[in-house]
Write a protein that binds this ligand. Structure first.
Ligand SMILES: [Mn+2]
Length: 321
């Protein structure tokens, strides 16, 4: 029997959710099932096609709901777990949805990992203390509960080094190895494995370079740290770097460019010494962007860089008002 476990790809919580579910499943549901994994990514248009559900059982963790009758288990904690109103209605009213007793959603949980562990403990009386370190770190990472910017940016903890590898790699087999190893090894043991050590140095070097690039281009404008790294080739960066460099600022506004878009990133310093005065999603929405109250973004075409820069400076002004 083949069980397919789909999870939020390139995400520490997604990977940890796959680990905690696998452990529960083989202990309580089917000890002889062969487990297969597939990472899922957000994209415009259709996310699921029926062919993806090719296991005897099909499981989704830390990712959106599907109405497919072939989906047998589902756990999520995202507020936007349902792609459509019809999906939500299906979950609430169909015998294949919530009523089946194997599909669960609770947006009050900071991590899906902790949510799965809590549900299987409450409903199936199962827990595995050897996974508690992993569960704690998934909650810290997905909930951005770092004690300070140093912890979030210097990446000294084994869990955060593993997070960097999970977020950076494009190698599906490497993520599968991490899932299998996390079931039996501590975080410290895993980061010492050859296959992790082989890529970690490279990803750390890229991360340190991003810190340098942002340092070179950042200036303090009132209570905002502003940086324009559009001239530099920085592919994704740790969003806490601006507060690591400028701990006394309240907000960050950054301009960056990829082949596909010019992007303005707006954030609130989670360690700020003063309360937040602005809803960043509302500010970004005025320019066609969006996000959450504490972090948002606005995207333009790759050729609209001048516009992105002008809007970024307008946003800085509003944050200072
Ligand atoms: Mn998650």
């Amino acid at each position: 029997m083949k069980t397919k476990i789909m999870f939020h790809n390139n995400c520490f919580d997604g990977v940890a959710s796959a680990v905690v579910f696998s452990d529960f499943y083989q202990s309580c549901v089917n000890s002889s099932a062969q487990l297969f994994y597939k990472g899922l990514a957000h994209k415009a248009g259709q996310i699921f096609d029926e062919g993806m559900f090719d296991g005897d059982e099909n499981v989704i963790v830390d990712f959106k709901y599907s109405r497919s009758p072939r989906l047998t288990w589902w756990f999520d904690h995202h507020q936007s777990a349902f792609l459509t109103k019809d999906d939500e209605l299906h979950y609430l009213t169909s015998p294949d949805g919530k009523a089946c007793g194997r599909k669960f959603i609770d947006p009050t949980f900071r991590s899906c990992t902790k949510y799965i562990a809590t549900v299987v403990k409450d409903l199936f009386k199962y827990s595995n203390p050897t996974l508690s370190e992993l569960i704690t770190w998934a909650d810290i990472i997905d909930g951005a509960l770092y004690p300070d910017a140093q912890t979030a940016v210097e990446l000294n903890a084994p869990a955060l080094r593993l997070m960097l590898v999970i977020e950076s790699t494009r190698d599906e087999r490497l993520i599968e190895s991490i899932i299998r190893d996390l079931r039996v090894m501590s975080l410290e043991e895993i980061v010492k494995q050859d296959y992790i050590a082989a890529v970690l140095e490279n990803y750390l070097a890229r991360h340190y370079k991003a810190i340098d690039v942002i340092r070179e281009h950042a200036t303090c404008k009132g209570s905002v740290v502003y940086f324009d790294i559009s001239s530099r080739d920085v592919e994704g960066y740790n969003k806490f770097i601006p507060y690591y460099l400028y701990p006394d600022t309240l907000y960050s506004v950054g301009v960056s460019r990829s082949p596909h878009r010019s992007k303005i990133s707006v954030g609130f310093n989670p360690w700020a010494k003063m309360p937040r005065q602005h809803n960043l999603a509302s500010i970004c929405e005025k320019y066609g962007g969006g996000g959450h109250a504490v972090v948002g973004a606005i995207s333009y075409g790759p050729e609209e860089l001048d516009k992105a820069r002008a809007v970024a400076l307008e946003v800085v002004e509003q944050l200072n008002s």
